[in-house]
Design a protein around this ligand. Structure first.
Ligand code: HEM
Length: 237
């Protein structure tokens, strides 16, 4: 694809939908990996969790590359999502499109209509989340000897201590599960919509893909929200 063709693809409504779908599915892979990592704390304990985080940190330049890719996916996904939403809003106010009942094939739902709201809340969550954990005490910008531990003779960040402390506060313990439910609502429409944008438009596949998107969204939300509640109600004590 030459530069002009690439630019007009990115600017076209179909191109924007395809890129939003690709970046969205990439982020789904990240959240599944992240959720599995969190569950290590619940299932295998603090040392195993700290050792896992330390292993990731030890990847050095590979981790930085992955983080750069992740940041690019987030930025693209957010900018394209806002752009698509603005385009639809403009079309509605100028009455370029006539609104009819969404009917069966469009699968409009409260989840699909609230994508911009759930997405906006997740963006605010992400900023608070990174400041609290990644860049919190013991993190790259905030050295703190109180958040250092030794596992099997290796000195590392005591990330487990930070996570346990945070989720003993009711604001984190209950705020997180609410946001995780909103993540589930966002993914409920997002996963199915990404499949559609990437070409899975055969009407015979629609009910199956819609159900699969819903199930995956539910499992991701539940997988994330159990940890804060488990910690708050004394599971880690
Ligand atoms: C109960 C839910 C969650 C918990 C307990 C949790 C915990 C953590 C912790 C402890 C870190 C720091 C990791 C480190 O510094 O090595 C982290 C990083 C991160 N989290 Fe979460 N997280 C949760 C949900 C989420 C969700 C839903 C998202 C995305 C929508 C998310 C996105 C991120 C990102 C982007 C990073 C930085 C990753 C990196 O730079 O390597 N987290 N999380």
């Amino acid at each position: 694809m030459n530069t002009t063709k690439r630019q007009s693809f990115i600017k076209s409504p179909v191109g924007k939908k395809i890129l939003t779908g690709i970046t969205g599915l990439g982020l789904v892979i990240f959240v599944i990996e992240h959720m599995s990592g969190n569950l290590i704390l619940m299932l295998e304990g603090s040392d195993a969790y700290n050792a896992y985080a330390h292993f990731l940190e030890g990847l050095g330049p590979i981790l930085y590359l992955l983080e750069l890719g992740l940041l690019a996916f987030f930025v693209f996904h957010i900018v394209l999502g806002i752009n698509i939403w603005l385009g639809k809003r403009r079309a509605r106010t100028h009455r370029y499109v006539k609104y009819r009942s969404a009917g069966k094939p469009s699968m409009q739902s409260p989840s699909s209509r609230s994508m911009i709201i759930t997405g906006g809340i997740l963006l605010v969550f992400l900023v608070i989340h990174l400041v609290s954990f990644k860049f919190g005490p013991g993190g790259p910008l905030h050295a703190d000897p109180a958040y250092v531990t030794t596992v099997k003779g290796e000195v590392m960040r005591d990330l487990s201590k930070l996570v346990l402390e945070k989720f003993h506060h009711p604001a984190y313990a209950f705020g997180y599960p609410i946001v995780m439910l909103l993540l589930g609502v966002h993914l409920r429409h997002g996963i199915w919509s990404a499949f559609q944008s990437l070409g899975a438009t055969n009407p015979r596949l629609t009910p199956g893909l819609y159900a699969l998107g819903g199930l995956l969204a539910l499992l991701i939300a539940l997988g994330f929200l159990v940890l804060p509640l488990w910690i708050y109600f004394g599971g880690a004590a």
